[in-house]
Design a protein around this ligand. Sequence first.
Ligand code: PLP
Length: 441
Amino acid sequence: MDPLSPDQILDLDRRHVWHPFTQEQTAPPPLVAVGGDGSGVIAADGRRYVDLVSSWWVNLHGHAHPAIAGAVAEQAARLEQVIFADFTHAPAARYAARLAAELPGDLDRVFYSDDGSTAVEVALKMALQYFSNLGQPGRTRLLAFEGAYHGDTVGAMSVGRSSGYFRAWAGMLFPVDLLPYPATWIGDETVEAREAQALDALERALAADVAAVIVEPLVQGASGMRMCREGFLRAVAERVKAAGALLIFDEVMTGFGRTGSLFACRRIGVTPDMVCLSKGITGGFLPMAATVVREPIHAAFLGQEIGKAFLHGHSYTANPLGCAAALASLDLLLAEDCQARIAAIEALHRERLMAVRGRRHRIMGTIAAVDLGEDGIGSAIGAELKAWFRRHGMLMRPMGPVAYFLPPYCIAPAELHRAWDLLERFAAEHKGEAGDTGFVP
Ligand SMILES: *Cc1c(COP(=O)(O)O)cnc(C)c1O
């Protein structure tokens, strides 16, 4: 136990800590976490909160998982960090090889960085330099989808500009062409027409100088778990390849089993040119990211001049502790019992989702979502829902009127049933009226 009391921790926090994505003047004080316990987090008041959002979508196997904790401790005692120019080490080399083996086609080359945003920045910078190295420096346009979110650094904000979070920084974002996104749900009868429109827009946009198209495959996370169909992404991939542009899959959220397959690209049956990975990569233990590219892209950076190389890196690139956690997490993920639990979560979602009163019910693998109010308005209902779950010992973060579950794979079926019971009751007692407030992931 920490010698500081919970009140002392809160007092220091209130005076010195600045929390992300939080209006600190109106938000209730944070919970003081003192321990992890599988699918739950233990708070200082002794209560256990079931983590229905996998702590911002990073946790896969539960908190404080002993296999990952052990791998990190062992690695820390051997080698904690080393500069990754001039050096390599076993965890980084081994993990890169294992990722390459699990990703389709010739997605064989791994560039390590620190978080989802940097994985995206790396992909965008590589795409532009790739064409510059090939003698096509005019290919600089980037295409992204409406509603996409790709992170909070300037390049990532630019391709995610329509997510609605970045108004204060509009002036620093570079131009990106936005494509319509044909979000769909169970019983949606309009999706085909909207997909056709989106593909028309894509074809027109691809006519000139496009370097890359970036997409969150199958699920746009931060804009409210907006899902699209596999066939649409296959059609996108065909057109992007035909135009000679690069296709970037931002699998920062969808990677590592979230969509029911190890990666969304595997589920869709498409080999993109680049895949951005982070969040679940270490099982939720340490910040790490990877941008995995097809080998011919890497080859275009080889030559005699330093200027042809990718002159980009981060202090902690390929941190050995992160790589050790990632290796241990991948072992757990590939084990049969984990695959079975992922399938069981999806089946349980299917059994319960339609009984929740709301609109646009949707499921993709371990992610289930439903809109409890009108969209576009933002909603007080989300804040109420969050408070209601918290009172019942469950952590959930609705995005405006969108209620969703994205649990760690180790969640017990009884816990997940209890979450669905709570949501069903809440939705039945509310009429879905809209209110105020923001839309925060
Ligand atoms: C969270 C997220 C990011 C940004 O990742 P950070 O680790 O928060 O920088 C990028 N892309 C997608 C799809 C995400 O969900």
